[in-house]
Design a binder for this molecule. Structure first.
Ligand code: NAP
Ligand code: 8YV
Length: 314
């Protein structure tokens, strides 16, 4: 192994895994610095590796001009400027596959909450409304529904398998029709929404998918329809979503992701009857966060041993 490299940790991830990097490298924790500007000016140029949770714009690369590798804690890397990294000869690795199951589980939790009102009914019960107002109003079934998956990739496939186990009729939309699956493909997202009771978004963020779940898509999903977003907040037109939920053009939504995290659009926070919100936690179990961290560890180790990176995205 070569001399231990300096790693600039921009944002902390699961500590038991992040701390394992100290076996391989000297880590410098930018997020802990009182004066981040001074810290970056001093430490940035010493670092050949940067660790981040989907954030590395060009200005951060400027502050670390000797970067060779970016460790991105997450499968999504929409906040990392990949063209800029590539132009500078910086490799980027992410954490695919190991989070598929937990994210798919969370998508189902949101489907179940959205249709069966688990969260709203909990509030109803705790507020003592049952003895006063009687039984909670009827909710909507999960089995025997049509679900459209926006993005039948690694996680989308796991969601599809779970939906089939829940006796749902699964179809999907993405740019490319898959030859290896026996599921109905919709070339048009609006058309899929029109034919679905539930729409689950699990695609990457970024310019190409910005606002893809538009007002027209939400209207097509309709007054009994449910939107589940475990992709990125930017994928949905959240202003339109708030309007459609308020005026009944859309039945309900359950969201894990937002355009400006950790802030949730106030217009969404106001809605309680037909909207469930979780704070971007689909992969956040001990099991999966450890596995994600170890993917980054294994990549760094491979790099130091002169072996190919395991999960390079550029
Ligand atoms: P993946 O295997 O690359 O799958 C992404 C799918 O999205 C592909 O099948 C792709 O198909 C489709 N897609 C890409 N661009 C599209 C577009 N413009 N229009 C329609 N479909 C498009 O990725 P993955 O591992 O399943 O992860 C998907 C995303 O989930 C991540 O990028 C991340 O943003 C999000 N995620 C969120 C959480 C969370 O905590 N909530 C956790 C993990 C991941 P085509 O290329 O054929 O279009
Ligand atoms: C994040 C995610 O990594 O993998 C992704 O793309 O969105 C999550 O698993 C996690 O929220 C840490 O930022």
């Amino acid at each position: 192994m070569t001399e231990k490299p300096n790693v600039l940790i921009h944002s902390a991830w699961y500590e038991p895994a992040m701390n394992r990097l100290d076996e391989l490298a000297v880590t410098h924790h930018l997020y802990k610095a009182a004066d981040k500007k001074a810290f970056l000016a001093d430490i940035g140029p010493q670092c050949s590796v940067l660790g981040t949770m989907h954030y590395c714009p060009a200005w951060l690369m400027d502050a670390a001009p000797n970067l060779e590798l970016i460790l991105n804690f997450g499968v999504g890397y929409d906040g990392v400027d990949i063209p800029e990294a590539t132009k500078r000869g910086i490799k980027v690795v992410n954490t695919p596959v190991v989070l598929n199951d937990c994210v798919a589980d969370m998508a189902m939790a949101l489907v179940l909450s959205g249709r069966r009102h688990v969260v709203q009914a909990d509030r109803y019960a705790r507020a003592g409304r049952w003895p006063v107002e009687g039984d909670y109003p009827y909710t909507l079934n999960v089995h025997s529904t049509k679900v459209g998956i926006l993005g039948l990739g690694r996680i989308g496939m796991e969601i599809a398998d779970r939906c089939k186990a829940f006796k749902m009729d699964v179809s999907y939309h993405q740019r490319t029709k898959r030859d290896d699956v026996d599921l109905a493909y919709h070339a048009s997202l609006v058309e899929m929404a029109r034919q679905s009771d539930i729409l689950i978004a699990i695609i990457p963020g970024g310019d190409a998918t910005h606002g893809l779940v538009s007002e027209a898509v939400l209207e097509a999903l309709g007054p009994d329809g449910l939107l589940v977003n475990v992709a990125r907040g930017t994928v949905v037109d959240n202003d339109a979503l708030a309007r459609c939920l308020k005026d009944g053009r859309l039945g309900g939504a359950a969201l894990d992701v937002y355009p400006d995290e950790p802030n949730i659009p106030p217009a969404l926070l106001e809605i309680t009857d037909n909207l469930v919100l979780t704070p971007h936690m689909a992969s956040a179990t001990h099991y999966t966060r450890m596995a994600m961290g170890m993917v980054l560890y294994d990549n760094l180790r491979a790099r130091l041993e002169g072996k190919p990176l395991l999960t390079a995205v550029n």
